[in-house]
Design a binder for this molecule. Structure first.
Ligand code: COA
Length: 331
């Protein structure tokens, strides 16, 4: 292994969302809710859910292929695939990253999954960056994707209305090679004392699945939204402050936060005195795609011409674990 301190850049981006649109009225068949409640409390008007005949890995592969095409890097030249997800094809065995490895034909790559929920993609960026910084690898594919509709409880109105499906991906390279998207800094954090607030309570190693668990649906995601709401706002704000610490405020091009809840993002904007011109929000039509949300938003922002070369983009995410993560990128 060589030792270096190579700067890391983002050579390509891509995202994929299912065609199937699910509006808020859909849920009224299963639980007592309304379009008005969901729009007012979350900002979500509709979300995309994976079609029944498709697997999560199909969606993740589509996003990854787009990022590869965008970067111009051939699948055989990828050294490592890092898939960030909590809703892969099977229950962790095998890692869904290996299925993507086969789908894409990344014959020369290692592959593994990372679980950091909504903070996953930035955790993946951080891990991938270390391999490039150290000079170990040259081309790394980082994917953040979820098919949360497959592990959401349709009878739990507290959670099912926010979760959705989507994936985004980035190809990392030495910045000297790709000359764009310089990753200047990254931060990761966790607080396990909040582990019970967003979880799948039963059906894992602690309490293996039983007919009773299946009947009550406690193997599916539960969210105690009210418990983490304030923490989510303050964490978003502190990550965004971290991203701009010591920087010229005029250099800020865009904040790209995890699309957790429009109200949380609006509160963060108010506390930071930012307008929506400086904050990317697409939760209205995609919902909360957990690990997919940051790379989808980053790619859409780039495609809409909202990333200016040489200016700063700050990524910020918060989620189950509890975990959080931030990245500052000079585009
Ligand atoms: C989940 C979330 C949207 C809920 O919104 P909220 O304004 O906090 O709503 P509450 O949970 O306080 O519930 C308020 C009331 O609405 C009810 N309610 C919950 N879901 C509802 C729904 N889909 N439709 C109608 N009413 C609903 C609750 O039962 C409660 O009723 P009560 O006052 O009689 O007990 C919000 O808390 C949130 O986004 N939290 C942060 C989530 C987060 O950070 N996640 C991390 C990454 S995924």
């Amino acid at each position: 292994m060589t030792h270096s301190n190579t700067d890391v850049g983002i050579a390509g981006l891509g995202y994929a969302i299912p065609q199937r649109r699910v509006d808020n009225n859909y849920f009224t068949r299963f639980v007592e809710t309304s379009d008005e409640w969901v729009v007012q409390r979350t900002g979500i008007k509709e979300r995309r859910w994976l079609e029944d005949h498709r697997k999560p890995s199909d969606l993740f592969t589509e996003a990854a292929q787009k990022a590869l095409d965008d970067s111009g890097v051939a699948a055989v030249d990828i050294d490592l695939i890092i898939l960030c997800t909590v809703s892969g094809d099977q229950q962790g065995i095998p890692a869904t990253a290996c299925i993507i490895h086969e789908n894409l034909g990344c014959k020369n790559a290692g592959a593994f999954d990372v679980q950091a929920a909504c903070s996953g993609f930035i955790y993946g960026l951080s891990i991938g960056s270390q391999f490039i910084k150290s000079g170990t690898y040259k081309n790394i594919l980082v994917i953040g994707g979820e098919a949360l509709s497959r592990i959401a409880d349709i009878y739990d109105r507290n959670s099912v209305i926010i979760f959705s499906d989507g994936a985004g991906a980035a190809v990392l390279q030495p910045h000297s090679v790709c000359q764009q998207g310089l990753i200047e800094d990254l931060t990761l954090g966790a607080d396990g004392s909040g582990a019970q607030f967003i979880n799948r309570p039963r059906g894992g190693g602690a309490e293996p699945i039983t007919p009773e668990i299946l009947a009550e649906g406690t193997h599916l995601i539960r969210l105690e939204g009210r418990q983490v709401y304030r923490f989510a706002v303050s964490k978003m704000v502190s990550l965004m402050k971290w991203g701009m610490e010591g920087q010229d405020p005029d250099d800020l091009c865009l904040m790209v936060p995890h699309q957790v809840n429009r109200r949380i993002l609006e509160k963060a904007m108010e506390m930071l005195d930012l307008t929506e011109e400086k904050m990317f929000i697409n939760i209205d039509h995609y919902g909360n795609t957990s690990a997919g949300s940051v790379p989808i938003a980053l790619t859409e922002a780039r495609d809409q011409g909202r990333l200016e070369k040489g200016k700063l983009v700050v990524l910020a995410a918060f989620g189950s674990g509890l975990t959080w993560a931030g990245a500052r990128i000079r585009w």
